[in-house]
Design a protein around this ligand. Structure first.
Ligand SMILES: Cc1ncc(COP(=O)(O)O)c(C=O)c1O
Length: 384
């Protein structure tokens, strides 16, 4: 956690909890680390990690492009003025609306299956996503490049899809690979890139090699970058990358207050945030660092449990913490990616507020929803 403790308390007082807070300095530092490792590679932020418009605008100002996977994400890109080569449109089952919106922006489409050749708008710019059919060291639900995963075309199909795109009048710019998310092991990436390089005799040189994202927050970026650059140079291609998590995870912290405790053989620390604010522990068994913002010696271990009526609603297990009092603040770290963006209104809970720390002051960048906003789209049709 990079934010000063006193400032975290101030933010919780001012904006209430549950609250996502982001440290602008760490956002900038993460981008600087990516640029230092990947040199001249073009960086596209996978906005699914955190699509807050303030964060997107900061990235756009820093020259970052965007990878979008839904009509809503394309609309966000358009809303902040991103277009042309700054926008990628991806997804395994794109809708007619998504093709039209991508074409309007002059985006590059990432083709995920052969049938897309006939679905793309005329004269589209396109990359072909390849599934390298590799087992990857991450949670099953986070692996996208395994044989049997729904993403991409097979290694055998890829050269034919590139050819078909060209024959259909599209601008087939190159290949794309993304093997999964939260991957720490550089060897997983090099194995995938090696399988792509094997395709060079069939594809010839390409304009672009896009190696996706998927880097865990403590991944060896320099090692991954070296392998990626080597693969790009085999194709004589410009390297593109699409990090999501890496750019925002560490900068974000979820602040939650202790509601109370319960001892039933296990020690439960009940908090005002849970699966509706941070789904990752429940969805992927993700482990986030938990820090008590109150003093004392950690004598017991606690299961941090949210307020939802779901037994899986746990943010962390067996965390050593000092004895808590209702109202104490907990900081759930590395929560900037897939935290706020996966928060939900299940149980008619209002999605949390978000605030940005710029080193000297807080700015609210998303206010907490009201219950009325949560049900606003319901038409309340009553049969008489
Ligand atoms: C095609 C593609 N690119 C980039 C990303 C970003 O992944 P990460 O946030 O792990 O860097 C994803 C995530 O699912 C993806 O599917």
């Amino acid at each position: 956690m990079t934010l000063p403790r006193a400032e975290l308390s101030t933010a919780a007082e001012r904006f209430g909890t549950p609250l996502y807070v982001y440290d602008a300095a760490e956002l900038d530092a993460a981008l600087a680390r990516v640029r230092a490792a990947f040199g001249t590679a073009r960086v596209f932020y996978a906005m699914k990690a955190n699509p807050n418009l303030t964060l997107l605008r900061r990235m756009r100002a820093a020259g970052v492009g965007f990878e979008c996977v839904s009509a809503g994400e394309i609309a966000r890109a358009e809303h902040i003025g991103a277009k042309g080569d700054a926008v990628l449109v991806n997804g395994p089952a794109k809708s007619a609306e998504e093709y039209a919106a991508g074409a309007r922006l002059g985006a590059t489409f990432i083709v995920d299956r052969a049938e897309e050749v006939g679905l793309l708008p005329p004269r589209s710019k396109a990359l072909v996503r390849v599934n390298p059919a590799l087992a990857v060291s991450t949670h099953d639900h986070l692996a996208t490049g395994a044989a049997g995963s729904k993403f991409g075309v097979t290694l055998e199909q890829a050269p034919g899809v590139l050819r078909a795109l060209r024959e259909a009048g599209h601008d087939a710019r190159g290949l794309h690979v993304h093997i999964g998310s939260a991957i720490r092991n550089a060897a997983d990436f090099s194995a995938a890139f090696a399988r792509l390089m094997d395709l060079h005799p069939q594809t010839g040189d390409l304009e672009v090699l896009d190696v996706g994202g998927g880097w865990g927050v403590d991944a060896d970026l320099a090692g991954i970058a070296r392998e990626a650059q080597a693969a790009a140079s085999v194709f004589g291609a410009r390297l593109w990358v699409e990090p999501g998590r890496y750019l925002v995870a560490r900068a974000g912290t979820l602040l939650t207050r202790v509601v109370g405790t319960k001892r039933t053989g296990r020690n439960f620390l009940l908090t005002d945030a849970g699966m509706t604010e941070l789904l990752r522990p429940m969805l992927y068994g993700a482990q986030h660092p938990v820090t008590a913002l109150w003093d004392g010696e950690a004598r017991e271990k606690w299961d941090v449990a949210g307020p939802a009526c779901e037994s899986g609603d746990l943010l962390a297990r067996d965390v050593p913490l000092p004895s808590p009092t209702p109202g104490d603040l907990l900081a759930i770290g590395e929560a900037g990616a897939y935290g706020a963006s996966m928060s939900s209104t299940y149980l008619t809970r209002s999605r949390p507020a978000e605030a940005l720390w710029d080193g000297s002051s807080w700015t609210l960048i998303r206010r907490r929803e009201t219950p009325q906003e949560v049900w606003a789209a319901e038409l309340q049709v009553v049969e008489s």
